[in-house]
Design a protein around this ligand. Structure first.
Ligand code: HEM
Length: 96
């Protein structure tokens, strides 16, 4: 799988204690529906208070910038950082 394939098998993965998730199966593991808001929260760094066992870096600091209206699945257009929208839409394309 080429770099950016989202399977969590990139060249640095072998050196990590906990393997990054396979992001191509997010929809399949969620009954066929891409879990957009949960995915965005994970990228942002929102853990619902379970910060202690989190391995993945938070990307919230990298997501500052323009806000765009985006429907994350609840039918409501919400001002959302454009880079977070781009990542979510990219991950949708990778679903198997
Ligand atoms: C743009 C880069 C990244 C994106 C978009 C991303 C996205 C995600 C998403 C959506 C999940 C949840 C998977 C699920 O619910 O099944 C996840 C989990 C995870 N990611 Fe990432 N990730 C990124 C970078 C990284 C990096 C750099 C690491 C490690 C250094 C990492 C490690 C993990 C781990 C270990 C999990 C399992 C849950 C946890 O322990 O937090 N991720 N990632």
């Amino acid at each position: 799988m080429p770099r950016g394939g989202g399977k969590g098998d990139g060249e640095l993965a072998a050196g990590l204690d906990k393997k990054p998730a396979d992001l191509t199966g997010l929809a399949a593991r969620n009954g066929g529906t891409f879990p957009t808001t949960r995915v965005m929260a994970q990228i942002w760094g929102y853990t619902g208070g379970r910060d202690g066992d989190r391995v993945m870096p938070k990307f919230s600091a990298l997501l500052d910038g323009a806000l765009v209206p985006y429907d994350g699945g609840d039918g409501i257009m919400t001002p959302t950082p454009v880079r977070l929208v781009e990542l979510a839409e990219y991950l949708k394309v990778l679903q198997k």
